[in-house]
Design a protein around this ligand. Structure first.
Ligand SMILES: [Zn+2]
Ligand SMILES: [Zn+2]
Ligand SMILES: [Zn+2]
Length: 341
């Protein structure tokens, strides 16, 4: 596998004729039907970090190296030109973040304390990987459901740490910086200020956190979760403001309950600041990063083919406004009694 840069959009793609990646999802399905991640402490999986267990459980959240990683931590990127093209080796990290010790505890039916442990693990992993100056960005995402590309059954998210900033994040970073240059304000803070004033697209507020449907959604019911207090880095936020992640855990749980009332399947992604230890003189994004960027979680439900048939890849089409989506999501009955809590 190798990374190739699109010379026009300047985005990196991972490509190769690697047969090992074909049937990736089945490579980890245990023949005996026993979940490999349930027995993670005795399996061959390489455990990277683990959070202390709650209520007698041996652990609460855990990071393991992906059994078929797209990126490998060893070696140099050996970035090189190929005429007008650019390529490099896929150096980085690829981890599975187990959200819960229990196989049936998802982020929407776990206790807030359990979800908080998972969020702490995420913050710790990002901070740890950012110490590696080769790595420019750490992505954390969750794919839930077959059409969303879920790989493993055990409740999990995944993490990739890459030597480049992924395309969508790069767009955001550029746009946020341009807005800041023009207005000397954070675009996300301005969005929040207006949306809180208008109340039309707010799904729920809890403590310092807010769940909101973006003004121009890519898919129906797209929802973002952001801190109301400005902060560019999720990991700094999570590790410095002890206890604040409990509110985020509750809001995340509620929001996923709401989302799942319209679609079982969804994508979730955490957008945090890039690695500022890797100061790039040519890109220059990081100079005002603490002021111009604002971490957030994006949740994109995967809805049926009805909306898909109208979707062009270049223009997102959402047959439902965010105002209507937010109203419907607000009306969903959340806080159902959790098992064992
Ligand atoms: Zn399991
Ligand atoms: Zn902000
Ligand atoms: Zn984003």
């Amino acid at each position: 596998m190798e990374l190739r840069k699109d010379p026009i959009t300047r985005s990196w793609v991972i490509t190769g004729d690697d047969i090992a990646t074909e049937g990736l999802s089945s490579s980890t399905a245990n023949v005996s039907g026993i979940c490999e991640f349930c027995s993670v402490t005795t399996s061959n999986l390489h455990s990277v970090a683990s959070m202390a267990g709650l209520a007698g459980a041996p652990w609460s959240a855990r990071a393991v190296v992906h059994p078929a990683p797209l990126y490998h931590i060893e070696g140099e990127t050996t970035r090189r030109g190929d005429g007008i093209y650019d390529r490099m080796r896929p150096v980085g990290a690829h981890e599975v973040l187990l959200e819960n010790y229990k196989h049936d505890r998802q982020l929407w039916n776990s206790s807030d304390a359990e979800i908080e442990q998972f969020l702490m693990l995420v913050a710790q992993r990002i901070q740890d990987l950012k110490l590696d100056t080769r790595l420019k960005y750490v992505s954390v995402f969750k794919n839930y459901g077959k059409s969303a590309g879920q790989e493993f059954e055990h409740p999990n998210s995944q993490l990739t740490a890459t030597t480049f900033v992924p395309r969508r994040v790069l767009y955001e970073l550029r746009a946020a910086r341009e807005y800041f240059v023009a207005k000397e304000r954070c675009v996300f803070c301005d969005i929040l200020a207006q949306d809180i004033r208008q109340e039309l697209r707010i799904v729920e507020m809890r403590g310092d956190y807010i769940a909101v449907c973006p003004y121009a959604p890519r898919v129906p019911y797209e929802t973002w979760i952001l801190p109301r207090t400005h902060e560019a880095s999720f990991e700094r936020h999570g590790l410095n403001r002890h206890g604040s992640l409990r509110d985020l855990a509750a809001l995340l749980r509620h929001t996923l309950q709401r989302i799942r009332s319209v679609s079982e399947e969804f994508h979730l992604v955490l957008h945090t600041s890039p690695n500022s230890l890797h100061r790039s003189s040519t890109l220059g994004y990081w100079k005002t990063i603490d002021e111009d960027y604002h971490w957030h979680i994006e949740i994109l439900p995967v809805l049926g083919s009805k909306s898909k048939s109208y979707t062009f890849k270049e223009v997102y089409y959402s047959p439902l406004t965010s105002e209507t989506a937010a109203k419907r999501l607000r009306e969903v009955n959340v806080d159902v009694k959790l098992p064992g809590s």
